[in-house]
Design a protein around this ligand. Structure first.
Ligand SMILES: [Cu+2]
Length: 366
């Protein structure tokens, strides 16, 4: 009897070990599949168009626009994605694209700088293909690298890239609303003069968020309890001191990199080239202005109010008769908040589209 029990116990142990081993192997296989399946191959077509956009009341501007829009389409990617972008230049001047923030490890020829990374820029009518890995997670962006002072500074050649990390940090997981603000400035004197402006002696007189000046910007609509992640990108040539009334901004990421010790401010300096993220806890219901505190930059050509200004609007507040934005037509995707909910790929907002100029320009130059 005793021997038989020992025999059975041994058999059960054997079975337990077998099942445990099987479970561990399955877990390892699942882990392997999920880690290798995180990244995807993605291929996109991007064109560069000559269009006229409406920046401020009475101020139209000729730009070189990615897919005819300023800002350009959002690339929402996953860390490790293998990305191919075919860029067709439908304008009359040469351009490139620099993928700002990416490391381009063993891939420097795709960095988009003519004479450094590629032999020549993409000439009018040509197509060039960029191929890279989404190797740095966070808020990134892309822009032209030919006559950047003009093309990036005052011709709208920029768009956002968001790369979701394989391993998000705790605070990222609390976010309920994603917001992208690309800050830039304009020189009205050169609005219709391609190839001119953006000299050190030229002064900007219009200032914008996502290429619109107040009152053409849109409200940042929230509900109490929202956790907003604002991704600020210094796309233009000017400093911007963004000041939020009624709320602090916790700076969590600088140029895509998480800070060891996040810090809170109510005024944040956005400088050219920077791509910094803040977290805002929406816990103070009401209407609060959120504006560039460089005072001349909250004007349109010196007329207050204007410029790089938006308004935080909580749900459920009265639409007072005297409210500056009473009955304003609302675009929920102005800060790419809707696009950011759509998963991965390339997303564009038709409200950013300009009016085509190509025909007029060809007539004028030929
Ligand atoms: Cu360019």
């Amino acid at each position: 009897m005793g021997n038989r029990n020992i025999f059975l116990a041994g058999k059960m142990r054997h079975r337990l070990v077998y099942h445990f081993g099987l479970a561990v192997s399955l877990l390892l296989i699942m882990l392997f599949i999920s880690s290798s399946a995180y990244a995807d191959k993605r291929e996109f077509e991007l064109s560069i168009e000559e269009v006229k956009i409406h920046v401020a009341p009475g101020m139209d501007y000729n730009v070189f626009a990615f897919n005819g829009k300023v800002p350009g389409p959002l690339f929402h990617l996953k860390e490790g994605d293998d990305v191919t972008v075919h860029v067709t230049n439908n304008t009359s001047l040469p351009h490139t694209i620099h993928w700002h923030g990416l490391y381009q490890t063993n891939n420097w020829q795709n960095d988009g700088v003519p004479g450094v990374a590629q032999a020549s820029p993409i000439e009018a009518g040509d197509t060039f293909t960029y191929h890279w890995t989404a190797d740095k997670p966070g808020t990134m962006w892309y822009h032209c690298h030919v006559n950047a002072n003009e093309h990036v500074g005052i011709r709208g050649m920029w768009g956002p890239i968001v790369i979701d990390p394989k391993k998000p940090i705790a605070i990222e997981k609390t976010v309920t609303k994603d917001v992208i603000m690309m800050m830039s400035s304009w020189e009205s004197e050169y609005a219709d003069k391609y190839g001119k402006g953006a000299k050190p002696t030229d002064l900007p007189d219009y200032f914008s968020i996502n290429a619109k000046s107040f009152p053409l910007t849109q409200p940042l609509r929230v509900k109490k309890g929202d956790v907003v992640r604002v991704r600020f990108i210094g796309a233009g040539n000017n400093l911007h001191a963004m000041h939020s009334h009624g709320h602090d901004m916790m700076v969590t990421f600088r140029d895509g990199l998480p800070l060891k010790s996040p810090y809170s401010v109510d005024t944040l300096l956005i400088y050219p080239g920077s791509h910094n993220d803040v977290i805002m806890n929406m816990d103070n219901s009401g209407r609060f202005i959120f504006h560039d505190h460089i005072d001349t930059q909250s004007t349109n050509a010196g007329k207050f109010p204007g410029g790089a200004v938006t308004i935080i609007e909580y749900d459920g507040n009265p639409d007072d008769d005297w409210y500056a934005w009473k009955d304003k037509k609302y675009d929920p995707d102005f800060f790419y908040s809707e696009s950011m909910k759509k998963g991965y790929g390339m997303f564009e907002n038709e409200a950013f589209a300009g009016e085509p100029l190509a025909r007029k320009r060809r007539k004028a130059t030929r």
